[in-house]
Design a binder for this molecule. Sequence first.
Ligand SMILES: Cc1cc2nc3c(=O)[nH]c(=O)nc-3n(C[C@H](O)[C@H](O)[C@H](O)COP(=O)(O)OP(=O)(O)OC[C@H]3O[C@@H](n4cnc5c(N)ncnc54)[C@H](O)[C@@H]3O)c2cc1C
Length: 386
Amino acid sequence: MSLTRYDVCVVGGGVMGCSTALFLARGGMKVALLEKHALCRGASGVNAGTLTLHMTRAALVPYAIKAWDMWMHPETWLGHGVLATAAPGLSLAFTPAEQELLEQRAAARREYGADIRLLSGHEAKRIEPGIPESCLSAAYCETDGFASAYLTGKAFHEALLLAGVTIIENADVDSITPPGESYRISANQGSLQIQANRLVLAGGVWLEPLLALIGITLPVKTLINQLIVTERMPPVMRTVLSIANGLLSMKQFANGTVVIGGGWQGRGHRDSGKPETIPENLIGNLRLGQYVCPALAEARVARIWLGLESETADAMPVIGPLAGFPELYVIGCVHSGYTSGPYMGKLLAGSLLGNEPEMPLFNPSRLIIPAGSEPDTIAEKINEQH
Ligand SMILES: Cc1cc2nc3c(=O)[nH]c(=O)nc-3n(C[C@H](O)[C@H](O)[C@H](O)COP(=O)(O)OP(=O)(O)OC[C@H]3O[C@@H](n4cnc5c(N)ncnc54)[C@H](O)[C@@H]3O)c2cc1C
């Protein structure tokens, strides 16, 4: 059988895979993008859409700043945007311990270039009158905002087609033959097969099973993140509100709905596809939201949903080539990955195109469990630590 041959095959059509594919195609490569479902229906389509430095890990702040600018100016690289809206981010402290944490977090992020300054509780209340008197201090950052994540797939679909990427949706990659001369990638039990000189794996929480197809063990933890959206209400907040320990993030969209998150966990497994809420966590998340913005007591919950976020053993991304496999690259497990996604993809694509990376990549090989080291036990131990 003669197979269509591509310069690059990208597996996984979330924000990481889509942006990598887009910039590779713009750089002149013939690219196929294979996605199990439809583009950006995983984490990249169901996330809270916060474009934030407060929540981004300090070392990733320089990447997030670049990406924030990309989201705010989609006309320069994407075409149609995702309704990205700039709004200041205000992270609040209500106890002396939280104040200390806030100061540490702000200092760490400032070191990496985030323009975050500390405010008194009174100053914070002048900016966001709806917060309670009990707020002792706040960290303020102009580089923040939010987008409508459900628009991500549509925006990328159009841009990728224009760039000449072959998008193949409903293609569940289940076999990868490591390179002789090139990679052979099969999906849907062999009914779809392509050949590619280079392979990029961008499978989100499914990066681990994808790498297992070529005998690599790289544990990826699944976080089951819960989100809540209220019915439409009159304006109750004008900033992106979070708290020092990171357990709350809220913003109000132009249509009046408020999205409440903060990483409260549900239950489920990446293989079952049916995450469920944990009622106590739902109530806890709502109570915290209502404490920080008392006006929310008037709102009814319109909908809740859950999505799957990936994390590595050291909570840092994997972006770059895999040692021992020529022309095999991975990208994913980026904390606050929606914020940083476009820039991370651009960076990886640039490196495949032979450009000197503007910022360091994140060597995935550091996390590979060597063959023969009881991978299941080690992987389980790593997952237990989180
Ligand atoms: C509920 C929730 C809220 C979040 N909120 C925020 C936020 O406010 N701000 C922020 O910056 N980040 C947020 N994040 C994190 C962010 O969404 C993720 O970091 C980012 O979207 C990950 O992108 P990705 O492309 O790596 O993964 P995904 O978007 O999950 O994409 C991976 C894709 O790979 C495909 N795939 C997997 N296996 C195969 C296979 N075998 N064959 C073909 N395709 C395959 C999947 O179907 C999927 O579409 C949130 C995450 C969640 C879940």
